[in-house]
Design a protein around this ligand. Structure first.
Ligand code: HEM
Ligand code: HEM
Length: 191
């Protein structure tokens, strides 16, 4: 499988980072929902740490993704996709990237402001320039939760749109992002 993107499909690196993000998000959400509902215990604190580590990893992965995107072509939408849908897809992808960057930042500021420092993988302390500030911490908590809900809604629409392309429109939009090398239904014409 090609490492780099082509004009028709995503390459191995883009695909790996896309699906890795999904796996990490499932981890971050599962840990978050469990941890906030647990009674106070050492296990709860462990879950908080793991949630933060997964969140910081998502941040690093998205930076890597955007850097890779800058030096690779982004496959064009199939010709059958109308202009307004291309714009909407572009806008929704940009919003997804933005939330993936802002969420970890709000989590980090929240934790540090509530005096629960972030120590990535138990090794690297990530200090916050804002210091301890309960009001800031509580505000970030609300922003973090609101963004989590927005992300869930947007990712659901995103996945449904991909399935609609695949099952109803029967084009290559999902095929070219599948983690395995799926042959395209409409291969590019030979030059
Ligand atoms: C994209 C990455 C992230 C996602 C999707 C995510 C998602 C969530 C969700 C769904 C909650 C539960 C909210 C609630 O029920 O109150 C939560 C809580 C929390 N998150 Fe994240 N999070 C991410 C990154 C981070 C990072 C990087 C940190 C810290 C470094 C962090 C720290 C926290 C903390 C401390 C809470 C608990 C808030 C409370 O006690 O109510 N999160 N997160
Ligand atoms: C079952 C879940 C998912 C499916 C079926 C899916 C499917 C796809 C497909 C088919 C594309 C290519 C779209 C195109 O060519 O224009 C794509 C791109 C994209 N996906 Fe997903 N995706 C899923 C989950 C996620 C998640 C969890 C995120 C992150 C929150 C995400 C973020 C993105 C972004 C940002 C792009 C644009 C890539 C780029 O152009 O740089 N996806 N996805």
């Amino acid at each position: 499988m090609l490492i780099r993107n082509t004009a028709e499909r995503f390459g191995l690196v883009s695909k790996t980072l896309h699906w890795l993000t999904l796996v990490l998000l499932v981890g971050a959400f599962s840990l978050a929902i469990s941890m906030v509902n647990m009674p106070f215990s050492p296990r709860k604190l462990e879950f908080y740490s793991w949630h933060k580590w997964v969140g910081v990893t998502i941040f690093l992965v998205v930076l890597l993704r955007l850097a890779w995107r800058l030096v690779n072509p982004v496959p064009a939408q199939p010709g059958s996709v109308p202009q307004w849908q291309r714009r909407l897809a572009g806008l929704s992808h940009a919003t997804l990237y933005m939330i993936l960057i802002v969420m970890p930042i709000t989590g980090w500021i929240m934790s540090s402001a509530l005096n629960l420092p972030v120590v990535y993988l138990g090794l690297v302390h990530i200090p916050s320039p804002f210091g301890v500030d309960r009001t800031l911490g509580e505000t970030m908590k609300i922003v973090h939760l609101s963004l989590a809900i927005a992300l869930l809604v947007l990712v659901s629409i995103h996945a449904l749109a991909a399935l609609y392309h695949h099952l109803v429109l029967r084009d290559d939009v999902l095929r070219r992002m599948l983690p395995w090398p799926a042959p395209l239904r409409t291969p590019a014409p030979k030059p």
